[in-house]
Design a protein around this ligand. Structure first.
Ligand code: 48H
Length: 260
């Protein structure tokens, strides 16, 4: 025999739990913008280190560019040492393709990055668009984000955003480095230069993206493909090792900075 369900109780259950979530996560240690490979990797290591971590993603799904992979073929490629990290820390299965390359099932990679992050304690807020940053002066720093629902943004109706305060904001938005771009455009006095991504040169790009991962200004960090956009680095095409390594690296840098 089924229980008798009141429609109002369904609404109340949703509203109460959603409001509790938004209330508790209006102030976090780290706000990551983008649930692509770099953002999800960073979320796992940050949450595992005990930091209150929120990932804000404008789509209703995880994975960013992983799912589309290389021209929509159901396989992506990673190389060492990301291969080892994916296998050891996330339990992703690898197919050795020779020449140091490993093929990975994109669906498995998306699912396992998300599950590991959530189990480590990271929270994901889906369907929310990051529109702007919050800043403070003396000294100048980024202190959080202005967000609204993606559906509102798509409808093109004006609404004021709500805010999420964070000790560290991570731009993991991919090719357009949207968070760094808005901070640079609206606050020229920060002196942030967006150099723009360069053409493909896979091996150089894989190294440099990890090397240049890190702080853009106080409170603002960049990871993944957004690093190439900010620092004028080449793209690497459908190889994802540096996205994993960059996500891990930005987490390590933030953990270090927040402990100081
Ligand atoms: C909320 C937003 C906003 C916003 C964007 O593109 P991604 O997969 O990013 P990365 O850097 O983790 O991975 C890049 C990789 O997928 C890739 O494109 C590669 C390796 N390309 C190489 C090449 O040569 O082309 O994910 C970014 C995520 C997406 O899910 C967006 O929806 C989300 O960020 N996002 N979310 N507010 N303003 N902007």
């Amino acid at each position: 025999m089924g229980i008798s369900i009141s429609e109002a109780r369904i609404t109340q259950a949703i509203v109460r739990s959603a409001m509790k979530f938004l209330d508790e996560y209006s102030r976090v240690d780290v706000a990551i913008v983008g649930a692509g490979p770099s953002g999800m990797t960073a979320a796992y290591y940050l949450a595992k280190a005990g930091l209150r971590t929120l990932v804000i993603e404008r789509r209703f799904s995880f994975g960013g560019g992983i799912g589309g992979a290389a021209s929509h073929l159901p396989s992506i490629v990673v190389e060492y040492p990301a291969s080892e990290i994916l296998s050891r820390d996330f339990g992703v299965r690898l197919q050795d393709m020779g020449d140091g390359l490993f093929a990975v099932d994109p669906a498995e990679m998306i699912a396992k990055l998300a599950v590991k992050g959530i189990e480590a304690g990271a929270k994901f807020l889906l369907g929310v668009h990051v529109d702007d940053v919050i800043y403070k002066d003396n000294p100048p720093r980024i202190a959080g984000l202005a967000v609204y629902w993606s559906t509102v943004q798509m409808a093109g109706v004006h609404t004021d955003p709500f805010f999420i305060e964070a000790k560290a904001v991570v731009d993991a938005t991919g090719h357009d480095a949207e968070v760094v771009a808005v901070a640079a455009r609206k606050n020229p006095e920060f002196g942030i230069e967006l150099r723009g991504e360069r053409s493909a040169y896979a091996s150089t790009a894989e190294d440099l993206v990890v090397k240049y991962t890190g702080k853009v200004m106080e409170g603002l960090y960049v990871t993944g493909m957004a690093v190439a956009a900010v620092h004028g680095l080449p793209r690497m095409g459908p190889i994802f090792g540096s996205m994993i390594m960059s996500g891990k690296r930005v987490a390590e840098i933030i953990i270090d900075d927040l402990r100081k």
